[in-house]
Design a protein around this ligand. Structure first.
Ligand SMILES: C[S@@+](CC[C@H](N)C(=O)[O-])C[C@H]1O[C@@H](n2cnc3c(N)ncnc32)[C@H](O)[C@@H]1O
Length: 365
């Protein structure tokens, strides 16, 4: 599909952009406040990185980036933390980040893209800001589709559920149907990577690095079985906090992944054995930074730091754990392409599907 350009707000390391570009969507730029995202975003994608606060960027700036394209897509995944299950226990309204969806809405109003797409955690739907965002799109004449997507159905080797919103001024839009028999497992994704000890990094790939385990955690991972939890351990290995009644609410930590299932949902701290069920299925370590990236759908060669650059587990875990899985980016890209194809086929002679800035331009397919 020619003459379509996209801007990715909150672009991070480029998970969404990479998936969209794999589907042929011309993402021209990504916007993020985090400078460390520049390298992975620009190195792996044919798009410009703009280090800027989305609340400070103007519609005029975005329009200049789109140039003269007939179809404009505004994509974005605002930070999820204010909407996560964990933060619901706290006063989410006090977080300045929840208002970023209103900034996304402002930019929709200022640029009037033909297509808008937004991704977030499913619990975003419990917050008024999400309804406000969807209602504002409908008030502006968009057809709005929203659905919680189970990423395993689209071939992501990770149980990740995400709210996806698609909106179009051209007509009804929806997400493409999953292909049957498309389930992928941890083995399919990372079964071929070289073995590592805890605390070790591969010579061939600095991102294939596993965090160091304490002697106690080495004993614990030895006692852990794939798919199990700390409840499987002998009493002397169980942490005091888990022995208490309140600890029973945390069964999902200190587990190993299972080879023949998708992985659990990765968090920003997936490289730590004690932070979730992130133990390697049969090696005595948590999964490596690279293994997490692959479970998020990134290609094995995706570069996150310049060659020889420092490997900071915390920063890279956040960048990768927060990413929109590349696989989901591809699904969103296919959905946009299918929609544009249908709109073009249904109304091939109609030249007013992509009005922009008062101009009327035919869509070139
Ligand atoms: C959920 S992550 C986005 C992931 C990204 N779309 C991807 O697929 O890899 C949210 C991003 O928003 C960025 N961010 C947070 N506040 C921001 C702001 N005010 N303006 C621009 N970016 C911001 C963070 O640095 C983070 O990279």
């Amino acid at each position: 599909m020619k003459d379509v350009t996209c801007i990715d707000l909150f672009c991070g390391a480029g998970g969404l952009t990479h998936g969209l570009q794999k589907e042929g969507i011309d993402v021209v730029a990504g916007v993020d406040v985090e400078e460390s995202c520049r390298h992975p975003f620009e190195f792996n994608n044919a798009a410009k990185f703009i280090k800027e606060d989305v609340s400070k960027i103007s519609g005029e700036q975005l329009n200049a980036l789109h140039g003269k394209s007939a179809i404009r897509v505004l994509a974005g995944c605002a930070p999820c933390q204010p909407f996560s299950t964990y933060s619901q226990r706290y006063d989410v309204l006090s977080s300045p980040r929840w208002g970023l969806l209103y900034q996304f809405d402002r930019l929709v109003k200022e640029t009037r893209p033909q297509i808008v797409t937004m991704e977030n955690v499913p619990t975003v739907a419990k917050h008024a800001v999400f309804d406000d965002f969807a209602n504002s799109l409908m008030d502006q004449g968009y057809h709005v589709y929203r659905s919680v997507v189970d990423c395993t159905k689209y071939g992501l080797p990770q149980t990740r559920r995400r709210m996806v919103l698609l909106a179009s001024r051209l007509g009804p839009i929806e997400i493409v149907a999953p292909e049957p028999e498309n389930r992928r497992t941890v083995r399919d994704a990372i079964g071929g990577l070289p073995p590592l000890f805890n605390g070790e990094a591969s010579h061939a790939d600095a991102m294939h690095a596993a965090s160091k385990l304490s002697p106690l955690n080495v004993e614990r991972i030895r006692a852990s079985r794939p798919g199990g939890t700390w409840r499987d351990w002998p009493e002397h290995l169980v942490a005091a906090c888990h022995r208490k009644e309140t600890g029973r609410t945390y069964p999902g930590v200190y587990g190993r992944m299972e080879w023949d299932s998708p992985s659990p949902t990765l968090t920003t701290q997936y490289y730590g054995f004690g932070n979730g069920r992130f133990g390697h299925p049969d090696q005595e370590r948590a999964i490596s930074l690279r293994e997490g990236a692959i479970l998020q759908g990134f290609p094995t060669s995706y570069s996150f730091v310049p060659d020889g650059g420092p490997i900071h587990f915390k920063a890279l875990g956040r960048m990768i754990g927060n990413a929109v899985p590349v696989t989901l980016g591809e699904v969103i890209g296919r959905s946009i392409n299918q929609h544009l194809g249908a709109m073009y086929q249904e109304r091939p002679d109609e030249k007013e599907r992509a009005p922009r800035d008062g101009e009327r331009k035919p869509l070139v397919a």
